[in-house]
Ligand binder design. Sequence first.
Ligand SMILES: C[S@@+](CC[C@H](N)C(=O)[O-])C[C@H]1O[C@@H](n2cnc3c(N)ncnc32)[C@H](O)[C@@H]1O
Length: 271
Amino acid sequence: MTSREKHLSRGYAAVYSQFDSPLIQKVRSEAFEEDIGQHSWLVANELREYLNWLSLSRADQVLDFGCGPAGPLTYLVTHSEVTAAGVDINAAALTSAQKRVTAMGLSDRIALHDVSGNAELPFANEGFSHVISIDVVMHLPDRQDSLAKLWRVLKPGGRLLFTDACIVNGVLSDEDIRIRSHYGLSHFVPEGFNESALASAGFTLEKKEKHSDGLIAICSGRWQARERYKKELVGEFGEAAFEHEQAYLKKLVEIYSEQKLLRYAYLANKC
Ligand SMILES: C[S@@+](CC[C@H](N)C(=O)[O-])C[C@H]1O[C@@H](n2cnc3c(N)ncnc32)[C@H](O)[C@@H]1O
């Protein structure tokens, strides 16, 4: 990992090491309309929509690239008959993911891999029928290279579904960008960037939809739930960390409501 990726990983580790604590569980259960264990801007209804897009069957193998604590991945596997793998660069995410997979009795259907030290994905060519990647691409230093890696592990005709919450659609100040880059390593791209990157990597775009509303609902839900548990959260993490996160959530509600940044879901095909 580069030093910027290590910094990113430390930022996520601070969240993931507390992901299953009783206090954070309580906040999550009040913040999310439906808590499926996501650490992203994905609402459960959207994931159900993606399941329709993918129409998975028993013979399919799914890779979740940047699975985090595996909330969306375990939901997808529970609601289909597929086998799956999840990869992430964050050890704390994978510890939480493994706990979740075991608790849900999915150990024989989901394998988890730490890819922090890998230049390549640890899978054979054409091993997966589907790849999903929820709110990860903004962190990838070389999107073209990452898409090429995902193309390699997909079977011909396989499908890639990913979301990108950092599409620039208006004027962003230095403060907007600084606060939005909460975890460090972040990339903000113009409309059309992902379409070109997909085409260069050999994918055909099947579908693209704007999905910013869930993000706004999650940020606002988290902000309000955290205010209700302010005393406990400040006691556990300190005043500065509490206020920093609140400012981040408030700023996101503002910039996505004003549509300065957009979040899109893309479905593409390896032709
Ligand atoms: C916003 S979280 C999303 C987690 C999960 N997809 C979800 O929906 O709950 C982004 C995740 O991407 C992971 N990540 C960032 N760069 C990565 C990379 N190069 N390879 C794999 N995972 C990466 C982070 O560690 C983090 O867990």
